[in-house]
Write a protein that binds this ligand. Structure first.
Ligand SMILES: Cc1ncc(COP(=O)(O)O)c(C=O)c1O
Length: 359
């Protein structure tokens, strides 16, 4: 038995520790998670009620084409239903795009650092990865464009980026897309777009008809449905058709579909989520300034900050206090921690414990 050559050296993704695991391992009762950029408010009440309603029907397979969700998202975004594809989280859209357009030996360009799944999934696909360093914690789109060769099949742009929390402007994106070879598919990952209010932030949808662009969005973050796994991609019908041809037939559960339709309607929940995120970010900035810690201003629901040589130890010490944050070692950023904005009480508890550790 031999595995495929391309997967032999792939390091699998290590997610943030779940709350239950930390409780179990450290014998703690009160654990908070600020590590995976989830919504601290829980799911929207409307989604919860839709989930309850759907439960008696889970003996049946879901609708493979996500009929009602497709209709609702198409209406909301003013796109045609055939311009949409749904996935088991937006993670799956990354995989479907790679399956459809990237083969053994092709090149994929990513930023460094960025969301790790791009690199992992590309390697699994057998692609060669080209990593282009970010500059001052921002994507260097000029350098990424210069890295394109005739072997390049896909470029990933997380906008805004994880873990940096920064974004690519409309001007930068347009300059990048101009003159890019037809053979390249640009995957614009907008997992955190709902948190951005900056005026020069581009809407990826403006480019899907002009270029070979796939925009991916998710219900995991602002909509609070990370555990149900539902995300979607928007592109030209030709591109969607290829992605759809490599999709599993029932990749989004019936419960997830029903919850997403309901969550989409819950504008109050979304507004509250955005408000607490903005407030939480501001609070973190002011506290980091007081402590004297460098941080990267973020347009997302998380903030990257630097604690010096002790980042891993600081994370472990916080864990012992029941606070899960993200150690940035896996990204090669040993001195950094990424913290997700929580509820006010959680934010305060995190800062209180951080001060005890750092000062
Ligand atoms: C940039 C980015 N894209 C995609 C995802 C995946 O989200 P999901 O698969 O839950 O939709 C994440 C999750 O953290 C992310 O940070």
């Amino acid at each position: 038995m031999l595995p495929r050559k391309s997967i032999v050296n792939v390091k699998s993704y290590k997610p943030g520790k779940p709350i239950e695991e930390v409780k179990r391992e450290l014998g703690l009762k009160d654990v908070i998670k600020m590590a995976s950029n989830e919504n601290p408010l829980g799911p929207s009440p409307r989604a919860l009620s839709a989930i309850r309603k759907m439960l008696p029907e889970i003996n049946r397979y879901p609708e493979g084409g996500c009929f009602y969700l497709r209709k609702a998202v198409a209406k909301r975004l003013n796109v045609k239903p055939e311009q949409l594809i749904f996935g088991n989280g937006s993670d799956e859209l990354i995989i479907l795009a790679l399956r459809a357009f990237v083969g053994e030996g092709d090149e994929v360009i990513v930023a460094d650092p960025t969301f790790l799944i791009y690199e992992i999934a590309s390697k699994v696909q057998g692609a060669k990865i080209k990593k282009v360093p970010t500059r001052y914690f921002k994507y260097d789109l000029k350098a990424m464009k210069q890295s394109v060769t005739r072997y390049t099949k896909m470029i990933f742009i997380a906008n805004p980026d994880n873990p940096n929390g920064t974004y690519v402007t409309k001007y930068e994106l347009e300059a990048f897309l101009k003159g890019l070879p037809e053979s390249v598919v640009v995957f614009i990952d907008e997992a955190y777009s709902d948190f951005v209010s900056e005026k020069d932030y581009p809407d990826g949808l403006d480019y899907i008809s002009r270029n070979n662009v796939i925009v991916a969005r998710t219900f995991s973050k602002s909509y609070g449905l990370a555990g149900l796994r539902v995300g979607y991609g928007i592109s030209k019908p030709e591109i969607i058709k290829y992605m759809d041809s490599v999709r599993e037939p029932f990749n989004v559960s019936s419960v997830a579909q029903a919850a997403a339709v309901a969550a989409l309607k819950d504008k109050k929940f979304l507004a509250r989520t955005k408000r607490i995120t903005q407030e939480g970010r501001k609070y973190f900035y002011s506290e980091f300034k007081k402590i004297g810690l460098r941080y990267i201003p973020s347009v997302t629901n998380f903030v990257l900050f630097e604690v010096g040589k002790t980042a891993s130890e600081a994370c472990k010490a916080l864990l012992k206090k029941g606070i899960i944050v993200r150690d940035m070692k896996a990204w090669g950023m040993d001195t950094f921690i990424r913290v997700t904005v929580g509820r006010e009480k959680e934010n305060k508890r995190f800062i209180r414990e951080l001060k005890k550790i750092i000062i």
